[in-house]
Design a protein around this ligand. Sequence first.
Ligand SMILES: [Mn+2]
Length: 447
Amino acid sequence: MEALSKQEFARRRARLMEDIGDEAVAVFVGPPPRPRSNDTSYPYRPSSDILYLSGFHEPQAVLVLAPGHDDGEFVLFAPDRDPKVEQWEGRRAGPEGAVEDYGADAAFGLSELDEELPKWLADRKRLYYTLGSDDDFDERVVGWIQELRHRRHGVSGMPSAVVDVRDLVYTARLTKSDEEIEILKKACQISSQAHILAMQHCRPEIYEYELQALLEYHFRQQGGEGPAYPSIVGAGDNATILHYTDNKSRIGADDVVLIDAGCEYQYYAGDITRSFPAGGTFSPAQRDIYQAVLQVQQAAIGDLEPGFSYEELQANTRRRLTEAMVDLGLLTGSVEQLVEEEKYRDYYPHSIGHPLGIDVHDVGLFRTSEDESRIFRENMVMTIEPGLYVPASDESAPEEMRGVGIRIEDDVLITASGTENLTAHCPKAVDDIEQLVGSADRSALPG
Ligand SMILES: [Mn+2]
């Protein structure tokens, strides 16, 4: 199983420590488990930033980076070891494991936070921390600073500024290392194979959830954590609902099935969408929409290269899709004016794609902290996912196009010279898809 090396995490911490400087300290806190029902919780998803900086994945961990600190510059606060709790909830690394397995210079139990953490805040001028995401922890941070003020008579020796740490971490996370790219490739490979399986096993009259089960079986069977986000399996009109996750309808013979699903592997997300005819052959109208979306998708991938801006990519895609809508008879008028009036939003209400990484909608937003459009650089990974969605209720659309939703999404690495499509194994040409759909032996799966 591929995994990130300890050196990789050390490089990430070293970079952030260089960014914040010797006079600063950075603090990250993991979220508490979320209750699902009565006394059971949702599966725990660790803080992406703590994962990025250490790989440590236990609940409510606190990670501190204090460059050059005498008592250690990388400190982890981990859930305390407790045999009685561990008998119920599972094994914990504890402070010893945090040092031995995660490379912390110093480590403590969470019960020691109030006692120990202020030592790393003392004599630092700036605290890099994200206020406002955990009220309880915000209060504790303020309490520790107050305590230092009392002890130092309010003069010096405690942070006088709190700086949002996200900008620095997000900028770092936006560009992927060689090791990260290998893990992402694996997530994309498992995701591609799962989509192929779903297409092979699709046939009219089965239920959307059967395909969901097949996809998610494959994610787990291949060693992934599971789906990186709720799987979307929408047939017919359900495919026109962007975040449809009910997946409870029966698939009709004339439906186009839209599947947007990706595997999370080593906490990195794959994110693929494919749209295919349930019966194995697109109707002429479905094929026209499909080809239009595919052409726009390929053109958008063609645009990507270092130096190109996210805003240009958005504008190009909107123009191309508006042209397609006019050609298909969904809109009438001048393309320029339709773009100006954002008429494309009726059939294409989302954006061209997003960065991909530890979060499926990865950080490193589309505008920089200086409010400029993000410029693509080598080793960023982007999804490219145009779509056209014609609701069944849209009486202004040609009748044969109603109730058809098509999106095609690949995960694309930006290289020095252009791009590498990490989900290229997953077929998207019309002929390839039509051959694949329904081609599996029915008895190949249990159930
Ligand atoms: Mn996506």
